[in-house]
Design a protein around this ligand. Structure first.
Ligand code: AMP
Length: 112
């Protein structure tokens, strides 16, 4: 997608604070962090949302990357949260599938 901001981040057109990259996924720090650690993990391939994913390997790859990053950041002991907002009521603002990895403070439940 030529006008997708996360596609542009994934292909290096827009600079970002990358923390992870592999063949199919990248992760970078959220511009507007909601916790001391707030990382976005995205597939390089464009999917408008979780509902658009037609390949189950996207899920295994996305989750594996997120857990790997969490462990690399040493978050497994104190804990972390993974969130995928989907659609308007789900609070999705960027129409490219992304997983939020949040940590570093006590996260409330239920979410707002
Ligand atoms: P969501 O509301 O679930 O769609 O999350 C989109 C997230 O993308 C928000 O937390 C934004 O702060 C973040 N965001 C938007 N633009 C950028 C950017 N250029 N670099 C990093 N994070 C961004």
């Amino acid at each position: 997608m030529t006008d997708c901001i996360f596609c542009k981040i994934a292909n290096g057109e827009i600079p970002s604070d990358f923390v992870y990259s592999d063949e199919n996924f990248v992760a970078f720090r959220d511009l507007n962090p909601q916790a001391p650690v707030h990382i976005l993990v995205i597939p390089k391939k464009h999917y408008a949302s979780s509902a658009a994913v037609d390949d189950p390997s996207v899920w295994s790859g996305l989750m594996s990357a997120a857990v790997k990053i969490a462990c690399e950041f040493g978050l497994e002991e104190r804990g972390y949260r993974m969130v995928i907002n989907t659609g308007e009521q789900g609070g999705q603002s960027v129409p490219h599938l992304h997983l939020h990895l949040l940590a570093g403070r006590n996260l409330g439940w239920p979410p707002g």
